[in-house]
Design a protein around this ligand. Structure first.
Ligand code: ZN
Length: 236
């Protein structure tokens, strides 16, 4: 596990916690490296309660979200790489893809975790998916430099409203042993306190699904949609 690394590419500060905090903590606890590329702090669109503070400004809300994101990443055992772009909407372009690709070439990940391709309620999430895949394409291309990487697997993590995003999970990750860390990371983000119990319930629900697959109790799980086929030498 030590030689395997994960890169997580998320649109906003909280996304890596709610949707992939268990996978991040699990990989880190198993000795692997995790880098989180956080394109924005979600200042405009995902920091509602911080804007209700008297005298709130973009900079004051950004400072709060920066502190929260670093604290959550530390709890999960990951390195946070904040790009600090503006959000709602993210201004995506090819220079951004090259910037993400540089992180991929340095980290040489076995897998990338990011948003699923569709999210009509949040186009920043869908754009981030496109940017992550474009960055992967750049990172694996020999024509962009001799330090090109082997093609990493891509896992899309669960969106807020799965039914709107045509999300069909094909991997359920048992995160029971790291739930304490994920819950602590969630609680390190009081600006989005309203999501704490929501994602606790979701983890319980996915845990029940996972337990049915393996025939044992799984207290909590996260759902993922694997994008590329996995090579196997046996189906049993
Ligand atoms: Zn988001």
């Amino acid at each position: 596990m030590k030689d395997r690394s994960l890169v997580v590419v998320t649109a906003h500060a909280g996304d890596f916690v709610w949707r992939a905090g268990g996978a991040i903590a699990l990989h880190a606890r198993q000795g692997g490296k995790v880098k989180i590329v956080c394109l924005t702090l979600g200042v405009r669109g995902e920091s509602g309660t911080a804007w209700s503070e008297a005298g709130a400004t973009y900079d004051s809300v950004a400072a709060v979200r920066t502190k929260e994101a670093h604290q959550a990443a530390k709890i999960l055992g990951a390195e946070l790489i904040p790009f600090e772009l503006d959000d709602y909407p993210i201004d995506a372009g090819s220079s951004l893809s090259h910037r993400i690709a540089a992180v991929l070439r340095e980290a040489r990940p076995t897998a990338i975790l990011t948003h699923p391709p569709a999210d009509p309620a949040n186009l920043d999430h869908a754009r981030t998916h496109t940017m992550a895949l474009e960055a992967r394409m750049i990172a694996i291309a020999p024509g962009h430099g001799a330090d090109y990487i082997a093609a990493p697997q891509v896992y899309c993590f669960e969106p807020h409203q799965s039914e709107l995003c045509d999300f069909k999970p094909n991997v359920l990750l048992d995160i029971s042993e790291v739930w304490d860390a994920k819950r602590a990371a969630m609680e390190a983000m009081p600006v989005q306190r309203s999501l704490w119990d929501y994602y606790d319930r979701l983890a319980l629900q996915r845990g029940a699904h996972a337990g049915r697959r393996v025939g044992r109790s799984v207290s909590r799980a996260e759902a993922y949609q694997q994008m590329f086929p996995r090579t196997a030498d046996s189906l049993t």
